[in-house]
Design a protein around this ligand. Sequence first.
Ligand code: MN
Length: 437
Amino acid sequence: MSMASDLSNPLLQTRDPAKRSWLASANDAACDFSIQNLPFGIFSDQRNGAPRAGVAIGDAIVDLAALRVAGLLALDADDDVFSRPSLNAFVALGRDVWRSVRVQLSALLDAACSTLRDDAALRARVLVPMSDAAMHLPVDIPGYTDFYSSKEHATNVGTMFRDPKNALLPNWSEMPIGYNGRASSVVVSGTPVCRPMGQLKLPDQDRPIYGACRKLDIELETGFIVGRGNALGEPIACAQAEDHIFGMVLLNDWSARDIQQWEYVPLGPFNAKTFATTISPWIVTLDALEPFRVAQPEQTPEPLPYLRHTGDHAFDLALEVRLRPEGADAATTIARTNFKQMYWTMAQQLAHHTVSGCNTRVGDLMGSGTISGAAPDSFGSLLELTWNGARPLALEGGGARTFIVDGDELTLAGWCQGDGYRVGFGTCVGKILPARG
Ligand code: MN
């Protein structure tokens, strides 16, 4: 494809690294919400308490419903699709509509476009400062599935709890292992999380006790949001699977390790995972992530035919975990890793999920599984970072952690680093409150 035809494609223009916005905060090289990003979310503010659709740009939110009222956003659909408290109705309109909205916003926010840039009254109606806004869950989530697709994570867990020589079970290299999670307890970033109560089996006692979790943990994950479902009995082919994905979020799959260790045989995690899952509020579209597409790790043995795809299906997405104790001024970064080294791709996860004929729906959330790298400071859980509590982590400003203490605030952050700009996810934050004993 020639450069000339590239520049004549409006969707490709939205990803031009040289593009800048008239909103100065969006042009900061470290800003997550550059004009190349344009993620979708649901927000409310003091002026209008009704949750509605917005797009993040710099330190502001574009109110899509207000933009529509102002006649600045053409949409071949129901007028109030952006006035609803979830993005599901908008997402259900399909990829051509997502792309049309992206292209229109990119043009309106471009430094060269005077429509909003030179009209303060109009800007006041359609731009909301992020600091004045409350974020809500971006989609109604009909179903939540969590995978287990990091080879390093699965190897660490297998080494710790089973056999270091056979850390990976034979099925792991043949399919993206997953389980059906709990959609009702998915919460948006900023929602406090109570330490769960449950059954704990202490090593020196025959029977379990009922008590508060003593090994409360995080799992650093991403999640993808299904943008186009499939009918019952009609699997999604691996080669087409990305067409069914609207975008990605950060996901903290809070885990009660002691409850998990006692309950998980033979059907897998239950109460240890169902008390809360936190996601970041902004859905970063695959259209925005496209420039950061990279090759996934080589897969040996070659997957069965229904799990094969050609080309690159991983994304170069830097990830961090920060821990801030109650009252502390500073957070300690306890892990740094990257999504690109995940063994199974999102496309393979979706193909495998539906190969049985299982249907998916718009808004379904699919967790990646804990994202761990090879280095000890790139592990995506405290279980691995402290090796099940054997190696406490030192915190800046004093203190140490094995597992989470009441009052701790855990933050996930993630971003794709472009040349002079970022396509970032913002943060996924949760503070742990004491158990309701
Ligand atoms: Mn998980």
